[in-house]
Design a protein around this ligand. Structure first.
Ligand SMILES: *[C@@H]1O[C@H](CO)[C@@H](O)[C@H](O)[C@H]1NC(C)=O
Ligand SMILES: *[C@@H]1O[C@H](CO)[C@@H](O)[C@H](O)[C@H]1NC(C)=O
Ligand SMILES: *[C@@H]1O[C@H](CO)[C@@H](O)[C@H](O)[C@H]1NC(C)=O
Ligand SMILES: *[C@@H]1O[C@H](CO)[C@@H](O)[C@H](O)[C@H]1NC(C)=O
Ligand SMILES: *[C@@H]1O[C@H](CO)[C@@H](O)[C@H](O)[C@H]1NC(C)=O
Ligand SMILES: *[C@@H]1O[C@H](CO)[C@@H](O)[C@H](O)[C@H]1NC(C)=O
Ligand SMILES: *[C@@H]1O[C@H](CO)[C@@H](O)[C@H](O)[C@H]1NC(C)=O
Ligand SMILES: *[C@@H]1O[C@H](CO)[C@@H](O)[C@H](O)[C@H]1NC(C)=O
Ligand SMILES: *[C@@H]1O[C@H](CO)[C@@H](O)[C@H](O)[C@H]1NC(C)=O
Ligand SMILES: *[C@@H]1O[C@H](CO)[C@@H](O)[C@H](O)[C@H]1NC(C)=O
Ligand SMILES: *[C@@H]1O[C@H](CO)[C@@H](O)[C@H](O)[C@H]1NC(C)=O
Ligand SMILES: *[C@@H]1O[C@H](CO)[C@@H](O)[C@H](O)[C@H]1NC(C)=O
Length: 461
């Protein structure tokens, strides 16, 4: 015990400044030079100069990366009994490894952290996140090139807002760098991209939706990573991305966060929504294992560019994310500075959607070429679709598909709450159609995948 105290004292002395030093109070000097510390170099970035659909030769490799597949799906199993063993009573139940240090936790025993992927799951998940960081890097910078200062001013965004957009693009360089370092030399690199927007309002809406699946796609796998060290850094990147999503909502005049919890989705959902906007990647680009689900169209997708945003039919750009189209908005029907244009927050006088809303859907058949060099193929293992799955906050809520006719049906927007006082269906959410109403919760949501027939984004609020 004595030796422990002496050693602890030595350790402390070595790390703290001299306790007897007398603090000098003086006017701050402006002449002192501060030597810059070592800064890690960023991944090489080029300004992507070409945009648009892929027009090159047919790909030589098609489909998702795969190896031998052991079973068609993962069975549901009972919980592990030890998870009920800890007496959660506010008392301590084990000796403390050090002062003020409760027993337990993962990665807490002093082993040096290794910020490196540890499994196929880790590699594929972080590679997916890297594809996403690279598209954001290009998308945010490209918006500033594609749309003029006048476009931004007319829309109600200033030079300061444009700098914020520029800064958000620059952040992506850092995110791409840390993810690349976790993966090593075969990490995916920048590609070229194909965006659906034809004007600034559509661009903002597309960016707002894209950052939502970027954020949610990572939340879905973060706590399943083997490499908790990588998860730590990724967490600190993705919370930045989440702020970007809120900024784009504000740019769009939407209530910045109309939910109490942010949703997480499976990797294949993020890849389904991301891949169609990648035009081509370099010849030796590392491929991904994830599934591309068929496209789901929301025929009356709420349109944030309208003051009466739920009074719409067929007003999207027809893309995978069901991005808004402004083409059919007449004078007097559109959002602008005063009503639902860019702002810190807006109470939209007419909500974008509401429980009981009839939502009309149509969906594509699988087998379509999508993604980089058209080299991935949409696929589903689901049977005939029966339900719409509203994936929001902490909940997956199923509503029956009605009037199913070929690849079309309608369903009714549910009236459900996550916690008392928190309506579950609001904000930028995920909507899938499924062949059954499988019960899943945030940590096992991926179990839904074998039952997903098609999916998209629904702009609930
Ligand atoms: C990319 O373009 C921006 C201006 O649009 C410029 O400042 C920057 O230097 C360019 N970067 C590269 C690597 O060419
Ligand atoms: C998902 O987890 C819930 C408990 O949170 C469980 O009741 C359900 O059976 C699980 N679903 C599957 C498909 O494993
Ligand atoms: C520390 O914990 C890791 C697991 O996180 C374990 O592999 C390792 O053996 C532990 N080291 C010691 C010294 O207990
Ligand atoms: C929005 O406000 C800006 C600056 O106040 C103005 O230049 C622009 O014309 C306005 N846009 C609309 C649609 O009213
Ligand atoms: C692709 O080629 C470049 C240049 O030879 C190399 O640096 C990179 O590691 C390669 N990537 C993969 C995934 O093999
Ligand atoms: C994809 O297309 C680009 C542009 O045509 C080409 O340079 C690249 O080699 C292609 N990649 C693959 C994997 O075929
Ligand atoms: C919004 O549009 C719907 C459908 O056309 C209509 O029933 C409703 O009255 C409109 N709301 C307002 C406030 O104009
Ligand atoms: C939606 O509008 C497009 C043209 O903007 C048209 O080609 C398509 O057939 C319409 N779809 C439906 C379901 O009305
Ligand atoms: C802006 O909103 C007002 C009030 O709803 C409307 O009268 C006006 O036409 C709108 N302007 C545009 C450009 O949509
Ligand atoms: C905004 O909406 C909330 C909730 O509907 C309401 O309580 C509040 O009074 C509204 N505020 C304004 C200024 O419209
Ligand atoms: C979403 O939240 C906003 C802000 O609280 C509210 O005005 C709107 O009615 C909500 N929409 C739905 C569909 O609940
Ligand atoms: C929503 O999710 C929460 C947390 O898992 C759960 O307690 C609640 O019962 C769910 N609500 C509905 C309506 O399913």
């Amino acid at each position: 015990m004595v030796s422990y105290k002496v050693l602890a004292g030595v350790g402390l002395l070595a790390c703290v400044p001299d306790a007897f030093a007398i603090p000098v109070v003086s006017e701050p000097s402006t002449t002192v030079f501060s030597e810059p510390t070592f800064t890690p170099s960023a991944v090489p970035i080029t300004n992507v100069t070409s945009h648009g659909p892929y027009t090159g030769p047919a790909p030589t490799t098609t489909g998702a990366l795969s190896t031998s597949v052991l079973a068609p799906s993962i069975p549901a199993r009972p919980p592990e009994p030890y998870k009920f063993a800890y007496p959660a009573d506010g008392k301590l139940h084990a000796p403390e490894p050090a002062p003020y240090t409760p027993a337990g936790g993962l990665g807490t025993n002093g082993s040096e952290p290794v910020y490196r992927v540890q499994s196929d799951f880790d590699y594929q998940s972080i590679a997916l996140a890297l594809y996403q960081e690279y598209i954001e890097l290009d998308l945010f910078h490209h918006g500033l090139v594609k749309y003029s200062e006048q476009d931004f001013e007319d829309y109600g965004l200033t030079a300061e807002d444009r700098f914020l957009l520029q800064f958000m693009g620059d952040q992506e360089v850092g995110h791409a760098t840390v993810l690349t370092n976790m993966l090593g030399p075969e990490a995916p690199v920048q590609c070229t991209y194909n965006y659906p927007d034809t004007n600034l309002h559509e661009y903002i809406d597309f960016s707002q939706k894209l950052t939502r699946w970027g954020e949610a796609g990572v939340y879905g796998f973060l706590n399943h990573l083997d490499s908790r060290e990588s998860a730590q850094i990724l967490l600190q990147s993705i919370t930045t991305e989440a702020r970007q999503q809120v900024i784009f909502r504000q740019f769009e005049g939407l209530f910045p966060m109309p939910e109490w919890f942010q949703v997480g989705v499976p990797q294949s959902w993020a890849w389904t929504l991301l891949a169609p906007y990648i035009s081509s990647c370099p010849a030796n680009q590392t491929r991904l294992i994830w599934q591309n689900f068929p496209k789901l169209n929301v025929l009356n997708q709420p349109n944030p560019a309208r003051t009466n945003g739920s009074a719409v039919y067929n007003e999207t750009l027809g893309d995978y994310a069901n991005t808004l189209s402004t083409a059919d908005i007449n004078a007097g029907e559109g959002c602008n500075n005063s009503t639902c244009g860019p702002a810190i927050t807006h109470n939209r006088s007419i909500p974008l959607s509401y429980p009981g809303r009839q939502v009309f859907l149509s969906w594509e058949d699988p087998g379509l070429a999508v993604g980089p060099n058209n080299s991935y193929v949409t696929d589903t293992t689901a049977g005939a679709p029966q339900f719409a799955a509203w994936v929001t906050q902490l909940n997956v809520t199923y509503t029956p598909l009605q009037n199913i006719s070929g690849n079309t049906a309608y369903t009714i927007q549910p009236n459900t709450s996550t916690i008392e006082g928190d309506p579950a269906v609001n904000g930028t959410i995920f909507l899938a159609i499924t062949d059954c109403d499988l019960y899943v919760t945030p940590f096992n949501l991926t179990q839904i995948n074998p039952h997903v027939r098609a999916l998209t984004i629904y702009q609930a609020g």
